[in-house]
Design a protein around this ligand. Sequence first.
Ligand code: PMP
Length: 300
Amino acid sequence: MQATEEIWINGEFVPWGQARTHVLAHTLHYGAGAFEGVRAYRTAEGTAIFRLDAHLDRLFYSAASIRMPMRFGRDALRAASVGLVRRNRLEEGYLRPIAFFGYGVMCVSPEQAPVDVVIACWPWGAYLPHEMVDLKISRYPRIPPDATVADAKLTGNYLNGILAVNEIRGTKYHEVLLLDVGGHVAEGSGENVFFVMGGQLHTPRLGAILPGITRATVMRIARDEGIGVVERDIRPEEAFGADEAFFTGTAAEVTPIRSIDDRVIGGGEVGPVTRRLRKLYLDVVHGAEPRYREFLTPVE
Ligand code: PMP
């Protein structure tokens, strides 16, 4: 991780090295934190944060799902994000807002715990630094929607993904694919998944997955391009027979999938639909597609 100069904590910009919390902070022990992963990109008119409002919407949804009172409103967090990227002179990179229960009480209920809100940013390149990725289906199912708030971006939910990626350590696989408890394809540990079948996109319906902002962006771009999108239950055997497959995520952007459980998808190369959508997505985030300007929050 590459440090920048400052981190925003509870309304103040603090030097990176002094951005500390207490070891008895509630969220460190019980895993109830709401967070986001956001990217900023270089555009022709300077750096812009991509889909900041959609990320803030999801952050407030995640916080509300654990009855966490947010100390700061949307305008304050938008201004803090923009100010932080500018003060750190970050041209391109990643932002990590997080709201967590801090120090003061030690019991499961966070009711009496204070809430701390932090935003950090730093330069960050490709999350899955491979031209294509090979996936292993995890033996851990994706947390069922009713067991926690599975569609919120909560720190504790990531234990599910950590267990899954621990299984592929030291193997040739680059990432995992989790199925839902019904055995349908759900998502990666930090990505949503799409399959190209007969020229259309097929992707798991909402329910057992994180409603990805990149997923929504790619669906919008595809439909605008006249490519149909179907959200449905997808069995792994159907996925193996897809013409193409790719992951989406803020960090992963659009990452083509080569194989799942050693079954090569399509011809094992980046397919034409994936290639086209990946290029369009990268054009959109870099401000080269005027139709999607509304997605960009300039920092200057
Ligand atoms: N699923 C999971 C489990 C994730 O952690 C992420 C990354 N936030 C995604 C999907 C993709 O979501 P987004 O496109 O909003 O980054």
